[in-house]
Design a protein around this ligand. Sequence first.
Ligand SMILES: [Ca+2]
Ligand SMILES: [Ca+2]
Length: 407
Amino acid sequence: MGPFFNSNACQNCHVRDGRGHAPQASEGQLGSDFSTLLIRASRSKVTVEQAGRLKHALQANIGDPCIGGQLQHLAIMGVKPEASQQVSYRYKTVNFKDGTQVELRDPIWHVSGNGCSIAQDTVLSARVAPPMIGLGLLALIDKENILTQQDIEDSNQDGISGKANQVWSKKEQQVMLGRFGWKAGQPSLRQQTAAAFLGDMGITSDLHTAENCLPTQLDCLNAVTGNSNIRDQGKFEVSTRILDKVTFYTHHLAVPKRRNAYGAEVIAGKQIFKDLGCGQCHTESYTTQKSSVFRALSEQKIYSYTDLLLHDMGPALTDFDKHSKTVDGKIPVEFLAQANEWRTPPLWGLGLAKTVDPRANFLHDGRARTILEALLWHGGEAQKSVNELLILDKKQREALLTFLNDL
Ligand SMILES: [Ca+2]
Ligand SMILES: [Ca+2]
């Protein structure tokens, strides 16, 4: 493991195969529990218009000179960690039309390089570990079913303009539809898994054969590595056999059964979900493709509640700079995904998130402590849905949440 790492096991972050959480901190305090959350870094040399025209927009993904593409706050003995990170929160309240108040916590990120300085034009992106369920099913949604939902220029003028991410596949050596990660930056679960081994734990594999050190990080470059120790398995730290097994595992974690799908309040809530336009991004269902490799996942009707497309979610959810200031939303951050764009996450398993781990949080940076908070942070293309949410009465709000909690 290492030289640099964020954690030493997949399940430290994906707690019991569920989701992670943001550090806790009351007003005026600093939170430092980064056990399930990490910060990405990117610098953009191209405008988003150029990135859209580039064949694979790889130019949009240049790491920071001090911390590379990801801040690893831990390192093996003898290597100094890259940087340190903390978070504090500004607490604010949102009012429903009927006077009900909900408190939201707005994160302020504190990051500093260890012996070097993060660049002023670096865009930072905080990401909490997402749940691991149903991923093999998402991998088997026909790409055309995703692409036909795009409406990049919002030509039907409903305010929603989903866009697919187009990302680089290391295996295929070509541009492919991005499906995984909060900005859909990974095309396959094998590549996502190999990226996690290297980026999060410092473990090389057949897809990432070099350790994760910048040319300036001499102690990292000179550190002992496991590459030369593994005689039979090739020159990397995790063998292809183990990488393939972990990848198989990530494909096959089931989604939980609905508990009360036909309950009257659940059905009423589902209607409100539709009326508020939630389903315009959280697409209800698909049938997976036929697959001889993944037989158990083949030709299944699934209820994933996602279009797997990127949406502008407004300035409050936009990535930030080293002073925790929101950056220009249009800056490309991860292939075609801009600073203000996020992939619609699937909603299955939502109601059991806190059963899996009571600390579980929602949204890309875990700022939302409850499902209701997650809804209230929606902005940008989803602003209309939130405006309508705010005028619901107590009974309607409860029905909506009962439906979401049944997923
Ligand atoms: Ca790094
Ligand atoms: Ca290593």
